[in-house]
Write a protein that binds this ligand. Sequence first.
Ligand code: EPZ
Length: 420
Amino acid sequence: MDSLSIKGGVPLHGEVAIGGAKNAVLPIMAASLLTAEPCVIRRVPRLSDVSFMGQILTSLGARVNLDGDTLKIQAVKIKGVGDYDLIRKMRGSICILGPLLGRLRRASVSLPGGCVIGPRPIDLHLKGLSQLGARIIIEGGYVRARAQRLMGGEVFLGGRAGPTVLGTANVMMAAVLAEGVTIIESAACEPEVVDLANFLSAMGARIVGAGSPTVTITGVKELHGAEHEVIPDRIEAATFAIATAATNGEVTLLDARPDHMHAVLDKLRESGVKVERRGSALTVKRGGQLKPVDITTLPYAGFPTDVQAQMMVLMTLTPGISIITERIFESRFMHVSELARLGADIAIEGPSAIVKGGRPLSGAPVMASDLRASAALVIAGLVAKGTTQVKRIYHLDRGYEKIDDKLKRLGARLGRMEES
Ligand code: EPZ
């Protein structure tokens, strides 16, 4: 397992191009199962999650070919069984359930299991699909779904933590080939859901209201192939913006979508960070003394849970008390104990982390636990005095394409080390 060794104290300077959004490309790849015709997806980031999804689609019988950042997928003949060994590697693969039901009217997909940030249930996915007529049983660790006919209907996808992103994706991808009209209430509004809806519409689906809590889908007989360019990754952009502010540098993010980042940019500005927008470029730099902020993670367009860990690092550098409350996942504070090893003073009180900021961080070996916690530890290492070794950075490679190369080009002093 590789680790990153980072020498702290170097402000980041320069430009960085933001890649395609991981959380858009994964369901869009799954949606290509809905047609026997070829699909072309552009601006695909080179991530281990993308190659896992490619392996899963291949195991289902699709032809998958990645050339540079362009993915060609053709699912002429597919089987309806998603293999446990592949599915368990990536929770996001549950989003093959909807398209398999839509295309084949049957699917057997391994239950994804939980991960370090929480149990990751799929009850809302299954509730939504059964409201379209699917008969679903859980057997031997698999979801087995069958539908004589998929009928459009009213589906409510609100759960205890709000809407479900991939649950909305799954129901949308089954409903596009159902008979009649489906109305999804309490649909997720994330930009990645809108990007999926745009791809499905390019395939001939009839969808109105994506990006709002009410999405109306009129089923069609079949879908055709399509080409699509994935939206930029707003979480990668937020991660680089926070790393810039944390290291007191100045970086321009190219090909970003500031209109997908209002909550993050608002909190950065409130904390004293200067963010200037010129079209799709965002220039970020610290504008003087950082100020403490309070953050609560919410469904979109609220502050994204996927940026919570990174923002916590910035708050450890900020004199004063900041309170960060995680409302989406049950245990998304795995980074707190590792940040404490670098000298951060953070107390957890239920769903909130109370950050007493202002004490400088000092380097130490730390352990990555999940994708966004790893990103937070890298940002902390860029700032901490001395050297920080972030172990198990395979977590990082799942969702950030060549982040070490991109940081090096911005002046960071770091190297990837093979771990015995
Ligand atoms: C997506 O996960 C993202 N992953 C996550 O990003 C992101 O954190 C999450 O949405 C929230 O924005 C992908 O898109 C691949 P949810 P998803 O269903 O769809 C509960 C990253 O770092 N829930 O919106 O799996 C659930 O437990 C990853 O890139 C139910 O109760 O998340 C959670 O508390 C991490 N029942 C909340 O809803 C269900 O059936 C939101 O989950 C489904 C979800």
